[in-house]
Each structure stands twice: as C-alpha cells, then as structure tokens.
Design a protein around this ligand. Structure first.
Ligand code: NAP
Ligand code: HSE
Length: 320
C-alpha cells in the first residue's frame, strides 16, 4: 500500500464534500493500493464549524503544500489561488480544481500545465455531469460545429423560481443558501460564470487558446416577472444560454438570456438541470444533462479526477 498525500485548498460547500467523499470511498482507493493522507486543509477561519471527517487538519498555514503529492483546489478566486498553486505546479505536481474563473482568466499561465497533463478540472463545468472528459477524449475524432448550453445552476434556479411567481431577490437568496452561487453572485447572474465555463469548453472543441475576453456576455438581472410570464404564455421558457459556433474563419461565443420552446433539449433536461447540446459532423447531436452545482455533485467529479490521476490517466489536455 502506498500513501498519497493530498492537500486541499478551501473547505466550503465543495471542499467539505471532497473531504467526506474521499473518506467514504476509502475502499476504492485501497483497491488501487493507495492510502490517502490529507496533509492539510487551507481555510481563512479555523474557528468555523465544518462538516469534515474527524481529525482533519484545518489550517491557515500553507506550509503543508510542500509535502503534498496532489493538491485539490476548492477555494475560488483568481489571483490568490494562482499565486498559491504556481510554485507547486512548477515542480511538476498535479492539481485538481473546480475553479472555472481561474482556468478561464489565467489560461495564459495555466495552458502549459494543462498541455503537460498535470491539470484535472472535470468539475469546473457542469460539476459532476461529465462533459470535459468526453470532449478531451472520444469527441476529438469528430469535427465540432456548434454547442448550445445552460451551464449555471444559480440562474436556472432563479428563473425557475420566478416562473412559480417568486421575486428575483428571494430566489437569489435561496440559491445562495443552497450553496449554488459564487462570491459575489454577480458572477452568476451577470453571466460571467457561464462565460468562464464556455471559455473552458471552447478550448477542447474550437481553439486551444480561446480567450475568455472573446465571450460576449449578458446576464439575467434585467429579466422581469412579465418577461417570464410572456414566455410561458407562448409555450416558452427563458434560460441563460451559452453558444459557440463558427463565424467566418473563427468562432463566436455568446452568453445571453433566450426564449426557448418547451420542447427544446435545454428545457426538457429538467427545470434545475444543466444541459449541453453538442453538434459534430461525425458524432451528430449529443445531449449531456445533469446537476451542475452543489457540494457533493462537484466533489464527485473532483474525487473522480483524483482516481483518474492515481490510475495514471493524464489531466484534461486542451487542443494543441
Ligand atoms: P465556498 O463555500 O465559498 O468555500 C470557499 C472555501 O475557501 C472556504 O473554506 C474559505 O475559507 C476558503 N478560502 C477562500 N479564500 C481563501 C483564502 N484567501 N485563503 C484561505 N482560504 C480561503 O466556495 P465553494 O462553493 O465551495 O466553491 C469553491 C470553488 O468551487 C470555486 O472555485 C467555485 O467556482 C467552484 N465550484 C463551486 C460549485 C458549487 O456548486 N458551489 C460547483 C462547481 C465549482 P473559510 O471557510 O474559512 O471562509
Ligand atoms: N455558481 C455556479 C452555478 C456553481 O451556479 O452554476 C457551479 O459551477
């Protein structure tokens, strides 16, 4: 049995469930001949009550990173996690992250590590519903033409609650209480979180260097109860839709609210489910759907990445 030391950055909605799931799947690690040792969990406030396995070393001291074989980043932000991870990545060690903002906005720095296979980030788009895995493997054989997706759980929740008559502010507060929303939630309702995710996906199917700044973004803040009820009366629903398609010799990436017919695959996936329609010349139209936000579903993808890493699979390699 070999011991793998894992350091975790962040123990909030996602980090806590990562720790709990690692403990829950102990026998699966054991079958691989591995014993996981959590060398430290970085937080801001050590006095906060946390739902983590007994004896977990929660600390504000980053020193444990030096002794880690693997780092799982679940703290969020852009500059701060990058600063913490860079010295570690430079030493060739692997990172598992759910942080689409970091991936989208600092690709200039991270791309080489992704190309080297040391970055694992299935959880960054659609949480535990696998899309990056297929895009970085089997789907490469098909010529990508277009994708259309609903990628933000907070916006889905708010729009769905508004269909039931709830007001925008109450619905947003509930999405925050459920652990779906980013800090600050403007990232969600302004469309930026969806744009982060679209940039991450575009690097697998369109252009390995696709810049986040190229995504045109509009959020849901101006959607009114009347807009929603007008759409319902016409047999339609309003969703925040991410789209990527060819434009001339390049690609056009947009995020904006759209009215979609009730029978559109992004609607039939279910009121609270993320969904993605992928079109390729050879593979035809594929539909991915499932939960896209929440602690345990996100943890399931991160622990899945950890298992891939231990089995010897590389991380998620974008287009060269
Ligand atoms: P969260 O609940 O706010 O947890 C963040 C954790 O990071 C907290 O434990 C916090 O410490 C710690 N932290 C933040 N800044 C820190 C700093 N500068 N130094 C030390 N510790 C710091 O966030 P979350 O919802 O778990 O999200 C974490 C990441 O996962 C984000 O990148 C998010 O985009 C991504 N993600 C989230 C979901 C979801 O549904 N929530 C789904 C997919 C991906 P304290 O606890 O002491 O405050
Ligand atoms: N804030 C994000 C959402 C979390 O609402 O979808 C999952 O990425």
């Amino acid at each position: 049995m070999r011991t793998v030391t894992v350091g975790v950055l962040g123990s909030g909605t996602v980090g806590q469930d990562v720790l709990n799931l690692i403990e829950r799947r102990e026998s699966v690690f054991s079958d691989l001949g591995v014993r996981i040792e959590i060398s430290g969990v970085l937080v801001r406030d050590v006095n906060k009550v946390r739902d983590v396995p007994l004896g977990t070393r929660v600390t504000t001291d980053l020193g444990f990173l030096q002794e880690c074989g693997v780092v799982i980043e679940a703290m969020g932000g852009v500059d701060r996690p990058l600063e913490m991870l860079l010295p570690y990545l430079r030493s060739g060690r692997p990172v598992i992250t759910a942080n689409k903002a970091l991936l989208a906005e600092r690709w200039d720095v991270l791309r080489d590590y992704a190309l080297a296979g040391t970055l694992y980030y299935e959880a960054s788009v659609m949480a535990g519903t696998p899309v990056i895995g297929p895009m970085s493997t089997v789907l490469r054989a098909s010529t990508f033409t277009r994708l259309q997706a609903v990628l933000n759980g907070t916006c889905l929740y708010i729009l769905n609650q508004m269909e039931g008559g709830k007001n925008y502010a109450d619905a947003l507060a509930e999405a925050q209480a459920l652990g779906y929303a980013e800090t600050p939630p403007t990232l969600d309702v302004g469309g930026f979180d969806t744009a982060h995710k679209l940039a991450v996906l575009a690097r697998f199917c369109a252009d390995g260097n696709f810049p986040y700044s190229a995504v045109e973004v509009q959020g849901i803040e101006d959607i009114t109860q009347k807009d929603i009820q007008d759409a319902r009366a016409a047999g339609e629903r309003i969703k925040l839709v991410a789209e990527l398609e060819r434009q001339g010799s390049g690609w056009r990436a947009t995020v904006a609210p759209q009215r979609l017919p009730d029978n559109h695959p992004l609607c039939t996936a279910g009121a609270s489910r993320n969904a993605l329609v992928y079109e390729g010349e050879e593979c035809g139209m594929l539909i991915f759907a499932g939960g896209g936000a929440g602690g345990m579903i996100t943890a399931s993808a991160m622990v899945g990445d950890l298992l891939d890493l231990l089995i010897g699979f590389p991380g998620h390699v974008p287009l060269h």
